[in-house]
Ligand binder design. Structure first.
Ligand code: AMP
Ligand code: MG
Length: 421
């Protein structure tokens, strides 16, 4: 494996003490490779999974040319351009029940939507347009030869890639596989992600809170964000700020998971110790990222596992997860489709203070006003410990590295993290 430091130092503008967000994202992107193993699962079980191989169509969908409407299948060449055409009805074809002989000149066949086009016909005249007199069908002028006919293979042709490897299976894709008659599909193994909180001050929910303690909330927000990504979770609880216990936890996590996520213990003071420990167990880069919140972060490898050491502050955990970890885990899962959180340009309802030289992730609510127009406003207090600001938000207002103050009404980048199920 190429050393992390070697990868990182090749990137223009690399400065571990004030690393721009975009560069950190690029370095992380270059570290992560998808899990190799694949498995076969039933079509329904593939919802939300990542395809491990292209699905190539072995049949035409639809299998035959068929009628797009209820009406009469006719020979386009029979139709008179300038006046009415009188045809003789010789039978009927329904979805699932074909007309069993060829249709000759001057003849037509009653067809229902989805019926196979009878041999000899190429055009469907919808039933509302004809006049029926016994077995005579009178077609008005103005029809187009070939109209209202669906072609064999129009949805999927034999040999065509129906769904590409790297795609996450969605409801329409389940239907697409079924339309090909497939009962099973190859998906990648789900990545296994181990996570734990670090800190002597952390109390577990259900236990009484002693002076100076805080409840361990990070493991719950991390659980929620990870569960939504569809990875397999290994919750390792709380680990005290104790070198021997931390070493044990790091090694256990790396042995059982494809990725390890921790929170806390990377701020100044604590970082030196964590850096020494992780440096000994694997290869880890410590970054002060030019962002707010979420400045300190550790990224690296321990054995075969990717390691993300997130800051301890509850909001910073979420900002760094959405900013760096989410996309890395999706890549690990094998995603190659466009899966980044969407970013929109939206007017900001209020003025915002912003200092150039770092990227800020303010917590916002994107909503439609009484005038029907969309705008974004910040949720109240923006401190990095104020988890309520995340709970109320549905998006980040991303104020880019070079940007200064925002005036009310200015367009800002809004990155959605809710409402995307
Ligand atoms: P640290 O990065 O370990 O210095 O933590 C920074 C701040 O985040 C401190 O105020 C911690 O008490 C708080 N914190 C750390 N871990 C957690 C956690 N798991 N749940 C809630 N708050 C935490
Ligand atoms: Mg700590």
């Amino acid at each position: 494996m190429t050393s992390l430091r070697a990868i990182a130092s090749c990137i223009d503008g690399y400065d571990p003490d004030a690393l721009p967000v975009e560069i950190a994202r690029r370095v992380i992107g270059s570290l992560v490779a998808p899990v190799a193993a694949c498995e076969r699962v039933a079509v329904r079980a593939s919802l939300g999974r990542v395809l491990g191989a292209d699905v190539v169509s072995t049949t035409n969908v639809p299998a035959s040319d068929n009628s797009a409407m209820d009406g009469y299948a006719v020979r386009g060449a029979d139709l008179s351009a300038g006046g009415e055409t009188v045809l003789r009805e010789v039978g009927a074809a329904f979805a699932g029940q074909a007309f069993d002989r060829a249709v000759g000149p001057g003849e037509c066949v009653r067809v229902m939507t989805g019926a196979v086009m009878p041999a000899g016909t190429d055009t469907v005249v919808i039933q509302e347009h004809v006049r029926v007199e016994g077995d005579r069908v009178v077609v008005p002028p103005g029809q187009q030869a070939g109209q209202n006919r669906r072609f064999a293979g129009e949805d999927l042709a034999v040999g065509q890639v129906a769904l590409p490897a790297g795609r996450m299976m969605r409801p329409a894709d389940l239907g697409l596989l079924a339309s090909l008659g497939l009962a099973e599909v190859t998906v990648r193994r789900r990545p296994r992600v181990a996570f734990f909180s670090t800190g002597d001050e952390l109390a577990s929910v259900g236990a009484p809170l002693r002076t100076g303690e805080v409840y361990d909330s990070n493991r719950y927000t991390l659980y929620g964000m990870l569960a939504r990504l569809g990875v397999d979770l290994i919750d390792m609880g709380v680990v005290r700020d104790d070198p021997a216990r931390l070493e044990r936890a790091f090694l256990d996590a790396a042995a059982s998971a494809d990725a390890v996520i921790t929170s806390g213990g990377v701020s100044v003071g604590e970082a030196d110790f964590t850096r020494e420990l992780l440096g000994r167990l694997g290869e880890v880069l410590f970054w002060k990222i030019a962002m707010r919140p979420g400045r300190p972060m550790a990224v690296g490898r321990i054995r075969d596992a990717f390691f993300f050491g997130l800051p301890g502050n509850p909001v910073a955990v979420m900002v760094t997860f959405y900013g760096f970890v989410r996309d890395a885990l999706l890549r690990l899962a094998g995603r190659t489709d466009d899966c980044e959180l969407p970013v929109l340009q939206v007017p900001c309802a209020t003025a915002l203070r912003k200092r150039p030289g770092r990227t800020e992730f303010q917590r916002g609510v994107l909503a439609r006003g009484a005038d029907g127009k969309w705008s974004v406003r910040v949720t109240g207090q923006q401190g990095s410990g104020v988890l309520r600001s995340m709970s109320e938000a549905n998006c980040f207002i991303v104020l880019e590295h070079g940007r200064g103050d925002v005036q009310a009404g200015d367009l800002v980048s809004v990155q959605l993290f809710e409402g995307l199920a």
